[in-house]
Structure formats: C-alpha cells, structure tokens
Design a protein around this ligand. Structure first.
Ligand code: ADP
Ligand code: MG
Length: 655
C-alpha cells in the first residue's frame, strides 16, 4: 500500500510526474513563489478525504508522525553510506507543538527532509499504481468510501480533515540552508511553493485547524492522541511540559515509550499496542485479523512481527504494486517493501523483520542472492501458513479471511511446491452441497464425505458459479449423490492442475474424457451401456458425418439425465475454462475439437433417432449441438443460424 521507497539521490525521482509539473520544477529553482495545481488524482483524493473521514479525524496525527518517523529512518539509513548526512551528536526525534492562540499544531522532525522539487512531487501527486482505477471504484456512498480510502492509505492528505491550511517547511539533508522549501495549501485545487532559508535539516508540518476542530489545539488532548498513536514509534516524540513552575520556561519531555515494539517481549505488549503498530506499518485503518511475533535465536538471529490484514488492499492484484516487509538490521531501518522474505502468494502480509545477521549496507541485490534469506523466507512462510491455519479453526473468521485473500492463496501451490499440501488444506471451494456461490468447503471435508467406492475428487470448471452449478455434466453425479467441486474462479483449473492430488486422491474434471466412475458403477450399468451403443450405432454415424468439421467424435453417454447432449474435452486436451482464460489474456491456444455426447434417455434424442426427413434431422442435430455450447457458457459461432433453425422447428410444432 505504500509508494516505492524514495531514492536518496534525487536528480529526478518523480516517475509519474506530469510533464507540466516537471517543467515547473525547473523554473522554480528561483526563490520566487509559484502556484501549482494538484495532480487530478490528488485533487480527487483530497476532496474525498475531507468529506468522508469525519469519524476518524484523529488519524491525521498518526499519519504525520508516521511520515516523520519514515523520514528519520531514511536519514539514518542514508548516513550509513554518507556520514556527512548525520553529524555526530544529533539526536533524531519528533517534536509536536501546539499554539492554542493561533489554533495550530506543528509536527517537526529532523529526518531526511525534502528539496523543493521533492515537495512538489511528493506532496502534489500520488505515485501509487492503480490510483485512477481505485478512485473510479469509489461509490459516492461516504461510509463505504471511507472504508476503501482506509485500504488505500490516506497519508499526508489526511491533514486536511482537520486543517483549512497546511504549511510544510523542509530542508533536505543533501541541501544547503538557503535551499529550503515552503509548501502551502488550503487543500483545494492548488498549492504554493517558495524557496526559503532554513537552518535545520528536516521537516515541519503546520496545520492551521478549521474553526470547528479547535479542540485539537490543546496540549492535553494532543498528548493523549500521541500516546495512543505514537507510543510504539521507535523515535522519541516530544511535547512541551504541561505544568511548569512559576516563571520557568517549559521544557520538552518525551511522550512515548520510543522503543521499537518488536524488540519488546511478547508478554509486555498489549493487544491494543499490537493493533496500533499494525496501523503504523500498514497504513491501514482497520484492526488486523491476526498477528504473530517471534524471536528466532540460534544459527540465524532475527525477530519478526507479521500481520494479516482484515481487508485486502485496493492494489492486491497489481503485479507491480509494492509488497513485502519492513526490513531492519539490528533496529536500524534498512528498507520498506523487502519482498524477498515472503512468496508472492503471501503478498498481503504486513510487518517487520529485524535481522542480527545481515550487514547494515545490505541492498536488494544482495538480498536476492543471500542464502540466509532463503532460510528466513521459508521459516517466515511457514509462520504465516501456521497463522492462517489458526484462523481456520474458527469457521466464521476463516470465511472472512478467505473472501478477502482466498484468490491470492490459490496461487500458492504453483509458486510454492514444498508447501503444496499445507496450502491445499487451507483452500475452500463451493461444491454441489454448498448453498450458493460461497466457497466454504475444504478438501479434507470433501474427502471425508466421499462414497466408499469413490477414489477421485470430481470437479467442474466454468466461467461463473451459475454455469458451473447448472452444468449438464453434473447430472449423473447428482443422481448418484456424488459431491462435485464447482470451480468458478479464473485461477481454479490452473490451481487444480498444480495440486494434482489431495490426500492420495486425484482430481478429475467431469467434463473431460470418457465418463469413468470406477467402482461407483455396477455391472448392470455397464451391460446397459453396451446395449445402448448397439442400438444407436446408426444415429451416432449420421451425426459424426454432419458435425465432422466441429467435433472430434460423437458418442452416447450415460452422464446425462436431464439434458439431451453435452460436449466433453478429450483426455489430454486443455480444459475449457483454462482455454478461455488464456484466450482472454491474448495467448494463442492450440485448436482442439471436442467430443459430442448424447443422452439416449432423452426424448429429443429418440425423436432424432426416429426422424426420417434428412433436413429436419440436420436442423434438430445442429440445435442440440448449439445448445450444448450454450449450456456450458460458450459462444456460438453462428448464433443467427441457431435462431433460424430453432424457429423453423418451433413453427413445425405449431403447424
Ligand atoms: P506515504 O507515507 O505512504 O509515502 P504520504 O502521503 O504520507 O504517503 O506522504 C507522501 C510523501 O511525502 C512521502 O512518501 C514522503 O516522500 C513525503 N513526506 C511526507 N512527510 C514527510 C516528512 N516529514 N519528511 C520527509 N518527507 C515527507
Ligand atoms: Mg505516510
């Protein structure tokens, strides 16, 4: 949910900046004041923020403190490779000042700071991928949108929930005292920037409160909010002393615990502290679903604190969107979004990992090659899977998790072969016994309900739940009371092909190959089938001829009870649903013909068998073929022909 970490050397670190703004940036190396427009997405977000987050006003402070904390982390990190960026003796921290008279709050940090160009780019645009789609997805319903914005991460703009003017003054650690910047906006369409002189490196953000938000301009009130939101921030947050002796100048005192939360022992951290810390690292509004805090000692030494959010972030499916953990090495922040510590299918996990073994100048490139990372990755993966298993012990809670992240977890078996079985145990599907489309049946549950003679896990795959649930291929299974998985997520067929089996039982597509119910069929069934084949030999021959361009074979089947006909793929062909997914992704899929199967028990098939008129025979056979395409959700090649044939037959009916 966060922006990619900002590069510290900055010739042009503004990837998504509109050309016009870039040009402005160059003009503005003069001290003169410029007025600029917010990027249109930023404008939209600002507007929403102001209008839909009323019940969550206090969070502006968490966001400002979080930004200050990030900036301090970045300065400390930058100083690892360039000591001049942090002189000895400088104590890094955050000050919060309140001016009741002026009705302002100021949050000051001595972190990395911003140049004029950076202020324009970072505070005037939103560089998150998928922002435009996200904004399009908003409903206009303020309550719902407030929730969505929480998942998007509100950040700096949340200041405008309580402020009618925000002033940011900053000086980058790489800039001189006369290269400071003042950025100011009333939260409407525009902001001003000008170059200023600033003695201290770092940033101060001043909120001028709206007249009806004056309650926040109280030292007492603010202290309690700081305590609530910033206690576990690892740097000191200071405020002026409340009560001082007569005539004495008030001094700053540290309001928070200022100890990195993950370094504390589990027993010393309260639920609320864990929850607040989650909000700080994830930028989420809502409480997390579950977390796991562990210290590993031995060959490798590290601490991890991993969280599973309650809601999926808006950009979960953007491949390029940031993911991963915050990496610290011996408490020193190293990077955001260290993605090497967890597999892609667990990209929804948030949290921190603090290693004692890695070097302080570790880079992404090094992380990719370091073998110690591999063993940390597999241990952390296991922790997350254990956490999910724990969630699964409460059905209702697990359903909430599954609805948010199930689709992503389904990527697991393909990506993480070693944990295939563990993941398979966590999967949930709709089946012929579920009510509606809800995916709530486990494979273990399915296997437990299998018939004594059953040795396969049967499934049908379709574009959507309704088509799957009404597939003609299910008819014989319904008749025999055999449960079938109804796969209707795009990824499902692919998933099943990677699972291959569960608990020693192979997966079997009910729309593939000759119907083979194994021991579920008795010898009477088989004798009956042979008789049927004999009786309808002539019919099958005729239809084979008629459809020779469209299908690879025609045969009688006993898999149908209600439908007259259906199509099946042959044993080694790609499943239909997989084919559709690949085709819609623009991939070339090899041409393959299917097998047309007819139900001997259906009156239309008998009618066809008795039809002496060749024209009518052809029309009826073609209609049955087209219907079997329609029933599985496929498109007809020539829908108009279907309609005219059907109408011809209908007219004959009434004649
Ligand atoms: P996020 O923190 O998720 O990146 P924000 O909207 O909170 O998003 O902040 C936007 C950007 O503005 C930050 O990424 C950072 O580059 C910059 N910024 C905000 N506050 C500060 C600060 N106190 N010091 C330095 N840079 C800051
Ligand atoms: Mg932020």
């Amino acid at each position: 949910m966060r922006r990619p970490a900002i590069p510290l050397e900055i010739p042009d670190s503004r990837p998504n900046l509109p050309e016009s703004v870039k040009t402005f940036g160059i003009l503005m190396t003069t001290a003169q004041k410029e007025t600029m427009g917010f990027q249109s997405e930023a404008k939209q977000l600002l507007h929403l923020m102001i209008h839909s987050l009323y019940s969550n006003k206090e969070i502006f402070l968490r966001e400002l403190v979080s930004n200050a904390n990030d900036a301090i982390d970045k300065r400390r990190f930058a100083a690892l490779s360039d000591a001049t960026l942090l002189e000895e003796g400088v104590e890094l921290g955050i000050n919060i000042d309140v001016d009741e008279e002026a009705n302002t709050i100021t949050v000051t940090d001595n972190g990395i700071g911003m140049t004029r160009d950076e202020a324009v780019s970072h505070l005037g645009t939103i560089a998150k991928s998928g922002t435009a789609q996200f904004l399009d997805s908003l409903t206009g319903d303020q309550k719902k949108d407030a929730q969505l914005i929480g998942q998007f991460g509100v950040g700096f703009y949340s200041s405008f929930i309580v402020a009618d003017e925000v002033t940011v003054e900053s000086r980058s650690a790489t800039a001189g005292a006369d290269e400071g910047v003042r950025w100011r906006s009333a939260g409407e369409a525009e902001f001003d920037v000008e170059t200023i002189t600033r003695d201290e490196i770092g940033t101060s953000v001043t909120l001028h409160l709206k007249s009806d938000e004056a309650e926040f301009a109280s030292g007492w009130r603010l202290r309690s909010i700081v305590k609530k939101y910033a206690d576990h921030v690892a740097v000191p947050v200071r405020m002026l002393e409340q009560a001082t002796e007569e005539g004495a100048e008030p001094d700053y005192d540290v309001v928070n615990t200022a100890k990195a939360l993950w370094t504390r022992s589990r027993n010393d951290v309260s639920e609320d502290e864990y929850k607040e810390f989650y909000k700080l690292v994830s930028h989420d509004f809502a409480d997390p679903l579950i977390w796991s805090h562990n210290r590993v000692e031995g060959k490798l030494e590290y601490t991890s604190l991993l969280y599973i959010p309650a809601k999926a972030p808006f950009d979960l499916y953007h491949r390029e969107s940031p993911r991963g953990l915050k990496l610290y090495v011996q408490r020193v922040f190293i990077m955001d979004e260290a993605e090497q510590f967890l597999p892609l299918y667990l990209r929804f996990v948030r949290g921190v990992v603090d290693s004692s073994d890695l070097s302080l100048n570790v880079s992404r490139e090094i992380l990719q090659k370091d073998p110690t990372i591999d063993s940390m990755r597999s241990a952390l993966t296991k922790r997350v899977l254990d956490m999910i298993e724990k969630l699964a012990s409460d059905e209702e809670q697990y359903q909430a998790f599954w609805d948010e992240f199930g689709q992503v977890l389904k990527e697991g078996p393909a990506e993480d072969f070693g944990n295939r079985e563990k993941i398979a145990g966590l999967l949930r599907f709709a089946t012929t016994i579920s009510e509606g489309a809800v995916q709530n049946q486990s494979l273990a549950g399915y296997v437990g309900r299998m018939k004594p003679e059953q040795d396969k896990i049967y499934y049908v795959a379709a574009e959507n739940y309704h088509t799957a649930a009404n597939s003609p291929h299910l008819e014989i299974f319904r008749k025999k009371g055999i449960e079938v998985l109804l796969l209707h997520d795009r990824i499902d067929e692919w998933l099943v092909s990677h699972l291959a089996e569960f608990d020693g039982k192979a997966f079997q597509d009910v729309a593939r190959g000759e119907l083979d119910l194994g021991d579920l069929e008795d010898s009477d069934d088989k004798a009956e089938q042979e008789k049927v084949e004999e009786t309808y030999k002539g019919l099958v021959e005729k239809i084979r001829e008629l459809l020779s361009d469209s299908v690879s074979d025609v045969r009688m089947t006993h898999r149908l009870t209600d439908s007259p006909a259906c199509l099946v793929v042959s044993e080694d062909d790609m499943g239909m649903q997989m084919r559709r997914v690949l085709e819609s992704a623009g991939q070339a899929v090899p041409e393959s013909k299917r097998i047309f199967e007819l139900n001997p028990g259906h009156p239309l098939v008998q009618k066809l068998n008795d039809e002496p008129d060749m024209d009518r025979f052809n029309d009826l056979a073609m209609v049955l073929y087209d219907q079997s395409m329609l029933a599985e959700g496929s498109q007809l090649d020539e829908p108009a022909n279907y309609v005219s044939r059907l109408n011809k037959l209908l007219l004959e009916l009434s004649a």
